[in-house]
Unconditional design. Structure first.
Ligand SMILES: [Zn+2]
Length: 307
């Protein structure tokens, strides 16, 4: 069963709306030897009503905590389902084994442990930290698995490694909208829409009669050939209207992944691989590079295709 990331992402609050959305609580500053530690002591009633326990032992490869196997964490009840779905998928993809340590979720405290700053998302149990020892706060280095980061960002988590200067927080993932002004990668929230394809694994190149095209649409000997933004390419016979210049941008098939698709004679879109004649053209898809070579088929190739 597929988790409904789209709904979770659509409901996610902005950073500023976190107290409103995840619940306001009263708290006292924590002191040690007369000095504020940056931790806070919240009203326990809030935690009792809003936090749920997540079993970490079911996620294969989940990294240890303080040298010991991670067992459970407390998390906000609204975020736990999306976290569990992300961890399940990450485990299945082998991404959890790329992490070295888990460093906490629910910790009622100020941002950066500074009593002068607002409360951290950790105070609501809506943020998790991984690989803290190699990704200290305020340092823009991030030797953390890029594949894991992307996995989380696609599923609606905001990665602190996108923040700059003293805010840089490469260990940190929180479930809020991106902070306005923050640069987010193209794959951020990709799971928000199943129709919008995730970015290409490769940059598709069309090589038509030796000429290279990386994005856009061309009409070539009666075939309309297009490369979309996501790297997918489609080919279909050019319509009469298009030939007359009356259609500026013919509709592309929807819901396709980053691959090459042809409209066949039955009017059905079908994936293409290898080498074949199509509508009088010779197509050759290089499986290694993803390049699609196109030229007019020779009379010999045409007759062989018909045979
Ligand atoms: Zn954090």
């Amino acid at each position: 069963m597929q988790f409904d990331y789209a709904s979770a992402i659509a409901q996610r609050p902005s950073d500023a709306a976190v107290p409103e959305f995840y619940g306001k609580f009263t708290y006292k500053e924590a002191y040690q030897n007369g000095k504020a530690t940056g931790a806070v002591i919240p009203d326990p009633k809030w935690a009792g009503a809003n936090l749920v326990k997540v079993d970490l032992t079911r996620f294969k490869g989940f990294p240890p905590c303080g040298g010991q196997p991670s067992k459970t964490l407390w998390m906000h009840k609204f975020v736990a389902p999306v976290f569990e779905a992300c961890m399940e998928e990450a485990a299945a993809l082998g991404l959890l084994s790329e992490l070295h340590e888990y460093n906490g979720c629910y910790v009622p405290r100020h941002m950066g442990w500074s009593p002068k700053r607002p409360l951290s998302c950790h105070s609501w149990g809506i943020a998790v930290d991984f690989d803290a020892s190699t990704n200290p706060y305020g340092v823009s280095r991030f030797p953390i698995s890029p594949a894991f980061v992307r996995h989380m960002e696609e599923r609606g988590w905001i990665w602190g490694g996108r923040w700059t200067g003293s805010y840089a927080d490469g260990m940190h993932f929180q479930f809020t909208d991106p902070i306005p002004g923050t640069k987010v990668p193209v794959w951020q929230d990709a799971k928000a829409s199943v129709k919008k394809p995730v970015l290409p694994a490769q940059n598709r190149r069309l090589i038509i009669d030796g000429q290279v095209i990386t994005q856009g649409r061309v009409v070539y000997h009666g075939v309309t050939i297009a490369v979309l933004e996501d790297g997918s390419a489609y080919l279909r016979p050019t319509t009469g209207e298009e030939q007359a210049g009356r259609v500026a941008q013919p509709p592309a098939p929807s819901g396709l992944s980053a691959r090459v698709t042809l409209l066949n004679q039955a009017g059905v879109w079908e994936p293409f691989a290898g080498r074949a004649v199509y509508s009088g053209l010779m197509l050759n898809l290089d499986a290694k590079t993803g390049d699609l070579w196109i030229r007019q088929a020779t009379p010999e190739e045409l007759s062989r295709a018909r045979a």
